[in-house]
Design a protein around this ligand. Structure first.
Ligand code: SF4
Length: 125
């Protein structure tokens, strides 16, 4: 069965300008990109179609700190399709204070190849 052409809309977030992209695709092939004001918009659109990724942010529960939770993020952007399973995995975690900014709290989360790290330091009380 032949794949149909369709038009998808994206907001390029590669810089603060935030161009609205209109992207013609067939399957995962990008046929045309309009609305970009620089070539990075085309690259962004191609990545969004083929393998969208996001920097994951959340919180984890902490024992023995002045705050009950610590903000965390993925060290690298991870596949968008993995965000739900990563959210569930992070929700299970409870760590002990003290924490240092950048400390790895979950290695290779859900097999994504990236780690979940602390976004701030938290001292022990
Ligand atoms: S297309 Fe270029 S100018 Fe527009 S948001 Fe993306 S990077 Fe910025």
């Amino acid at each position: 069965m032949a794949l149909l052409e369709e038009t998808k809309k994206f907001l390029c977030v590669s810089c603060p300008v935030g161009c609205s992209l209109s992207v013609t695709v067939r399957g995962t092939d990008v046929l045309n990109v309009e609305g970009n004001t620089c070539p990075r918009g085309v690259t962004y659109a191609e990545n969004e179609v083929a393998n969208p990724v996001r920097t994951f942010t959340s919180t984890v529960r902490v024992n023995g700190a002045s705050l009950p939770v610590c903000p965390v993020r993925s060290k690298e952007p991870l596949p968008l399709v993995k965000v739900f399973s990563v959210t569930r995995e992070v929700a299970k975690v409870k760590v002990d204070a003290p924490l240092s900014i950048g400390q790895v709290l979950i290695e290779n989360v859900c097999g994504t190849g990236t780690d979940i790290i602390a976004s701030r330091s938290l001292g022990k009380i």
